[in-house]
Ligand binder design. Sequence first.
Ligand code: PGA
Length: 254
Amino acid sequence: MERIDGAPWVGTSWKMTKTLAEGREFARRLAEALAAEPRLRERVHPFVIPPHTALAAVAAELEGSGVVVGAQNAHWEDAGAWTGEVSVPQVADAGAGLVEIGHSERREHFNETVATTAAKVAATLRHGLTPLLCVGEPAEVRDAGGSAEHILAQVRGALEGLSEEELGRVLVAYEPIWAIGEHGRPATVPELEAPFAALQAEFGSRAAAILYGGSVHQDNAAELLAMDDVDGLFVGRAAWRLEGYLELLRLAAG
Ligand code: PGA
């Protein structure tokens, strides 16, 4: 299967939702749908990020489907006395090809910092997996006109010291905090222009892709994907039902 150059990335993190059975069922039906509609995986880079508990089962269902399976977090050390944590080699062993790093929920509730995101990006690259680095500013920073500066600082800090070859394996997702989740509202195209231009100017030709996330929905996905600077979408709620995710893949496939 050949994927066309520049195909957009369209993926979903399930956050803390879905049982093992639900995850397996989603993955099984996704694999079937992609087998029936091969143009979706030729024209899109699909990825799915289940909770750790469903990672191995989802990866097994999606083997050979063209879907990259990711972990929502992984520790920067390979092994050791880190109760409750899971390492990059462990998520790789369970079938992950990608690690989500620095989501705003983890920065807010679990002490994720620029330093820990940098350590996790390095660990992920060291083991040959793809880091998906999430960055975004709070509403106060947006209102003060500081969005671009804030997210550039987060990206520079997390990617500092990487070689150009390593940078070329990193996915970045710009997810304004005010746009995420039930209490968020989607960013509009005009609001995204300056932050994306800033990210693309510094990292566009160096990172693998720069995605948008935050209240992506079937109704706004097409206009977001039509932005020159947006290389893909990172989706929560609107992709948790398989039909919703397939609709987004079809929109992205054009
Ligand atoms: P949402 O989540 O699409 O439900 O707003 C996005 C995210 O947190 O990545």
